[in-house]
Design a binder for this molecule. Structure first.
Ligand code: ADP
Length: 275
C-alpha cells in the first residue's frame, strides 16, 4: 500500500514537471512518415532551421530511439548532454537551436536494443527531465510508422499544435502514409499537412525536371484524404551532400529550387499556427 502511494506521488510529481517544462514551449510540432527513408528527419531539421533563422527560439527533439539521425544532420555527432542542478541540458546546435537525442547519452556506434516500455520511458524523460527552457517551437522527429514513440508523444502532449506528414511520390509511400494520417486523426493530433519529398529531379545543367518516381502522388493522396498539401521538395544531390556535413540545406543553399519550395512550406506552417 505504501509502495502504491509512493508510486502515485511520483507520477503526479512527474506530471506536474511535464506541465511546467512543456508550458514554457509555445508550439509543439511533430514530423511523421509512414515509412523510413522519405526525408522526414531532413524536413524536421530544415523546418527547425528555417524558424530559427527567422529569430525564433527553437528546440529539436529526436524521438527516434532506434535510428536517431538529427545529431548527424545538425553536425552534432559525438556531443553529450550536460548536467546541472535542474536536470540535463539539451545540446547547443546551429542557429542557437536546443537539440536532444538518445545519441547524446550513448556512444555513436551503440544501438538501442530496447522494448516498448523502455522507449516510452525515454520519451517521457526527454520531455520531463530535459531543461528545455523558454522556446517558441519544439520540433519532434518521430520514427517512421505508428509504434511506441509516436503513441507516447501523442499521449504526453495532448496540446500538440499539429503534425507534418512527409511522403514520397510513389504509390507505396502514399498508401503507407495514409496509415500515419489515420493514426494522427485517432490521436486527435491536428494535421498541418503533407509534404512530398524527392519530387522530381531538376537537372543542374539544363534545368529540366525529370520525374524519377511518379509525380503528384502526395498531392493526390492529400486530396483523397482531405488533408492540406503543403508542397513538394525536389531531389537535389546537394541536399544529401550538405546533410552529411551537418548543414541544413535551407541555410546552406539559399537559392536552390529545393530551398524555394521549402520556404513556401514553412510559410504555410506559419499560417496554420496563426489560425
Ligand atoms: P527519414 O528520416 O525519412 O528516414 P532522412 O531525412 O534521413 O529520411 O533522409 C534519407 C536520405 O535522403 C538522407 O541521406 C538525406 O540527405 C537524403 N534526402 C532527403 N531528402 C532529399 C532530397 N530532397 N534530395 C536529395 N536527397 C535527399
Amino acid at each position: 500500500m505504501a509502495q502504491l502511494q509512493a508510486y502515485r506521488e511520483q507520477q503526479s510529481e512527474e506530471q506536474q514537471k511535464l506541465k511546467e517544462r512543456m508550458g514554457k514551449i509555445k508550439h509543439k510540432i511533430a514530423i511523421i512518415s509512414g515509412k523510413g527513408g522519405v526525408g522526414k528527419s531532413t524536413v524536421t531539421v530544415n523546418l527547425a532551421s528555417a524558424f530559427a533563422a527567422k529569430g525564433f527560439k527553437v528546440g529539436v527533439l529526436d524521438a527516434d530511439i532506434h535510428g536517431p539521425s538529427v545529431p548527424r544532420l545538425l553536425g552534432l555527432e559525438g556531443q553529450h548532454v550536460k548536467y546541472g542542478p535542474p536536470g540535463a541540458f539539451p545540446v547547443d546546435g546551429p542557429l542557437g537551436m536546443k537539440v536532444m537525442s538518445i545519441d547524446f547519452f550513448l556512444s555513436e556506434e551503440m544501438p538501442t536494443i530496447w522494448r516498448g516500455p523502455l522507449k516510452m520511458r525515454a520519451i517521457r524523460q526527454f520531455l520531463v527531465e530535459i531543461v528545455w527552457g523558454e522556446l517558441d517551437f519544439l520540433f519532434i522527429d518521430l520514427p517512421p510508422g505508428t509504434g511506441d514513440e509516436p503513441l507516447s508523444i501523442a499521449q504526453l502532449l495532448p496540446e500538440m499544435d499539429g503534425v507534418v506528414i512527409v511522403t514520397m511520390p510513389t504509390g507505396l509511400s502514399s498508401s503507407i502514409v495514409k496509415k500515419a494520417i489515420t493514426f494522427a486523426e485517432r490521436m486527435n493530433m491536428p494535421i498541418i499537412g503533407v509534404v512530398e519529398n524527392m519530387s522530381g529531379f531538376i537537372c543542374p545543367h539544363c534545368g529540366v525536371k525529370t520525374e524519377i518516381f511518379q509525380s503528384g502522388g502526395g498531392e493526390k493522396m492529400a486530396k483523397d484524404t482531405h488533408v492540406p498539401f503543403l508542397g513538394s521538395i525536389p531531389i537535389d544531390p546537394k541536399i544529401s551532400v550538405e546533410s552529411d556535413k551537418g548543414h541544413p540545406f535551407v541555410i546552406a543553399d539559399k537559392d536552390s529550387a529545393a530551398t524555394k519550395a521549402f520556404v513556401e512550406i514553412v510559410d504555410k506552417v506559419e499560417v496554420f499556427l496563426k489560425k
